[in-house]
Design a protein around this ligand. Structure first.
Ligand SMILES: Cc1ncc(COP(=O)(O)O)c(C=O)c1O
Length: 373
């Protein structure tokens, strides 16, 4: 449904919708309005098992652990609000965490008198094997929770989580994986990952409507995990609590099986994922070479999914007051939608690769950046 007059290199922020998916959701909304009580009560109850079964098979989650939410922020908030922290507890996250999640962690830390450790992952990352070592080294007696991204937002790195999650599990430390970008981008088997909780978005790389996210919870924590909105189902079990969180538009949830099947039938998820990651790897190599900038991760793409981030060439950052003005300049003067990200005092450009992108899109961006520099 994207406008044809814009080079769209920002699938990573809010995804993009397939026309068929949009039409399917519109049909569901019309049916809901034709009979609102039946649509909210009976239809949703009837459809929940099919939604969870489709999503569970697609992402490797046992159905009992799936709680549907609007977005990853809501999933992460649900976990942080559910944990009974003690003063002196510690939370660990990385400097590459999404800013809104960092803000939530700051809020929770100050509210409960606990310490937040933000661990650096230094750039450039040279080895997949060692990237999580600084986080593992920071684990201590008082560590209560580790929050870690599967795919980082500012730097677009796919983090290898297995050793960190195994280490936390062996020490009895809870883990929350922020998988906002991962579903649809990389192949997942969430139940076997070894996390305590996994938060995911479906509007990004699954191309589901906005309003479709989920929280997966390990069986051992189901009765201690509650949605942000406490409603009728309180203390009636995880499924009851998450299935009804007050009156809201649940058509995005109902569209989940449709979009999963649509992409499988049209292209196949494996084919789409390998197309996107091949294009992202190519763009990463081509752009770092053309812009003469140092890559943040190895050029073989071993740490990339369907996005790549790279530093801006010298001379650009100083020309703009803030990130937003640079992003707006690219959008309005060059007709390119691409995010400019910040980590520390450095700015990066992050490109996404999706079925509608072509090599020429990235070449247009290089050209615009070279003009700016
Ligand atoms: C890594 C990461 N976590 C969490 C979020 C929050 O997602 P939402 O705004 O959909 O809640 C995002 C959004 O882009 C993200 O990239």
């Amino acid at each position: 449904m994207l406008s044809g007059d814009l080079v769209y290199l920002n699938h990573g922020s809010f995804g993009a919708r397939l026309k068929a998916v949009h039409e399917h959701q519109e049909g569901l909304r019309e049916a809901l309005e034709a009979s609102p009580v039946m649509g909210m009560d009976e239809d949703m109850v009837d459809h929940m098992p099919r939604i969870k079964s489709s999503l569970g098979s697609f992402l490797g989650m046992d159905h009992d652990g799936i709680g549907l939410v609007q977005n990853a922020s809501e999933a992460v908030c649900s976990v942080l609000r559910s944990i009974k922290f003690e003063p002196g507890d510690e939370i660990i996250c990385t400097r590459h965490a999404y800013n809104a999640v960092l803000q939530l962690l700051r809020y929770i830390s100050s509210r409960h008198d606990i310490t937040l450790h933000v661990v650096d992952i230094t750039l450039p990352v040279s080895s997949r094997e060692e990237v999580m070592t600084p986080v593992i080294s920071r684990l201590g007696e008082r560590t209560r929770l580790v929050v870690v991204d599967q795919v980082t937002s500012p730097t677009a790195l796919v983090l290898p989580l297995s050793s960190l999650l195994a280490e936390c599990r062996s020490r009895g430390i809870d883990t929350l994986v922020d998988g906002a970008h991962a579903p649809g981008m990389i192949e997942l088997d969430i139940s076997s990952l070894g996390a305590t909780w996994y938060a995911g978005n479906l509007h990004k790389w699954v191309c589901a409507p906005i309003g479709a996210g989920f929280l997966w919870t390990d069986p051992s924590r189901l009765d201690q995990t509650h949605p942000v909105i406490i409603s009728h189902g309180y203390e009636e079990g995880y499924a009851q609590e998450f299935d009804w969180q007050g009156t809201r538009d649940m058509t995005a949830w109902r569209t989940i099986p449709f979009v999963i099947d649509w992409v499988e039938d049209a292209w196949g998820w494996d084919t789409l994922r390998s197309h996107n990651s091949a294009l992202a790897r190519w763009a990463h190599e081509m752009m770092t070479d053309a812009l003469a900038v140092e890559p943040l991760s190895p050029l073989d793409g071993c740490m990339l999914g369907s996005m790549a981030a790279m530093p801006l060439p010298p001379g650009i950052q100083e020309r703009f007051e803030d990130l937003q003005s640079m992003q707006k300049c690219l959008r309005h003067e060059h007709r390119i939608e691409v995010p400019i990200m910040e980590l520390g005092d450095r700015w990066f450009v992050r490109v996404s690769a999706q079925a509608y992108n072509r090599p020429g899109d990235y070449e247009s961006l290089v050209h615009a950046l070279q003009q700016m520099a």
